[in-house]
Design a protein around this ligand. Structure first.
Ligand code: PLP
Length: 367
């Protein structure tokens, strides 16, 4: 077993030293929730959306969030590797109670576990995969990303037993989602996916695809899809954070259209890959943090611009010394340029300083 570093309840440990009690409610009852968050070259993909879903899942099982969003970022960051694509597995359970009892225990801290694994590109991507359909036998809160996954596991295993990659779940005659994925179908040229609600997990990949479809003028709809309508589908895809967008080319031993990945999938997959790349580039920085950084601002001469600039900078870097500030008048003396040397900790911090400086009416330019 790979002995990578993982996070458990405030500590970073080698995986084989990370242990939880057999009385943990995750172990006894599956009483917990989880998230899976991709990280491309160290850049977390739609992190805030994943944290929002984590908050929704916690609210769904009436468990308080043990950390703020900033704390989650701090917990996860040391586990990331910039050289590979990874996914973070983050699990929160209702903790260790002194006795086994279905009802919630009082004053028990949650168990928090986080680990990172490499994303292995999905082998069947360009050929497409086979799927089966099954009656959805899961519970009524499929919008909660609960660790209680027995229903999903049995569905997925049934697919695997039949040499298929995924089981497409059907409820009351309508297509719902995959055992571990959301589902899309191209019907009459429109990219369709079932609407959000208690029946499906609101996939982050699903939302990104819908957003990209709208921005790229690909007709799309979020509507109930009768299972029978799949007979007319020219394409079916399943989507998830770790597998991204996978074309289904055979369903219940029948070819989907001509049995090869279709043109809308080809287009969307390219758009999706380009979008991922653009996010990485937009977050890329040529600095290695922490580093010394000159913050520069310019305004009209004749006012105490140095005091204003240092006050704004101190909102983000409280320990800046007065002697870190220099000021220089322009040639004609009409303007003054202020430079503050700071110890910058992240690009986000620099962006926030820049934002506050440019928002102030007396600052004409900030660099
Ligand atoms: C049941 C189910 N639906 C949908 C998804 C896709 O969600 P996401 O795109 O956020 O990974 C998953 C992911 O594991 C899932 O388990």
């Amino acid at each position: 077993m790979e002995n990578k570093t993982v996070y458990l309840n405030g500590q970073y440990l080698p995986l084989n030293e990370a242990k939880v009690s057999v009385l943990d409610r995750g172990f006894l009852f599956g009483d917990g929730i989880y998230e899976v968050i991709p990280s491309y070259s160290g850049h977390l993909f739609h992190f805030q959306d994943h944290l929002q879903r984590l908050e929704n899942s916690l609210a769904g099982i009436r468990l308080a969030n043990p950390h703020t969003r900033e704390q989650w970022q701090e917990i996860v960051s040391p586990l990331l590797d910039r050289n590979v694509d990874q996914y973070i597995y983050l699990q929160i359970t209702r903790g260790v109670a002194s006795k086994r009892d279905h009802a919630f225990p009082d004053n028990v801290p949650a168990t928090v576990f986080v680990m990172c694994s490499n994303i292995v590109p999905f082998a069947g991507l360009n050929r497409g995969v086979k799927a089966i359909s099954m009656d959805d036998t899961r519970w009524k809160f499929c919008n909660v990303k609960a660790i209680t996954l027995l229903g999903n596991i049995l569905h997925r295993q049934a697919a695997v037993d039949q040499g298929c990659a995924e089981a497409l779940l059907v409820k009351d005659g309508y297509l719902i989602e995959g055992a571990a994925s959301n589902v899309f179908a191209v019907i009459d040229g429109v990219l369709c996916t079932p609407p959000k609600g208690n029946d499906i997990l609101p996939g982050i990949t699903r939302d990104v695809i819908l957003d990209l479809a709208r921005k790229n003028n690909i007709p799309c709809s979020e509507d109930n899809i009768p299972f029978s309508a799949l007979q007319e589908a020219s394409e079916i895809w399943v989507t998830s954070s770790t597998r991204e967008i996978i074309p289904v080319v055979e369903l219940d031993s029948k070819m989907v259209f001509d049995g090869i990945p279709g043109p809308v999938w080809q287009a969307m997959n390219q758009i999706f890959q380009a979008y991922k790349q653009s996010l990485i580039m937009s977050e890329q920085t040529f600095f290695e943090f922490p580093c010394e950084f000159p913050v520069k601002a310019m305004g009209k001469a004749g006012m105490e611009l140095d005091l204003l600039v240092i006050e704004i900078v101190r909102r983000h870097v409280p320990d800046v010394k007065d002697d870190a500030v220099t000021s220089r008048p322009s040639k004609d003396g009409n303007f003054i340029a202020i430079t503050v040397i700071i110890e910058a900790s992240s690009k986000k911090q620099l962006d926030a300083i820049y934002q506050d400086l440019t928002d102030h009416p007396d600052i004409l330019m900030a660099l």
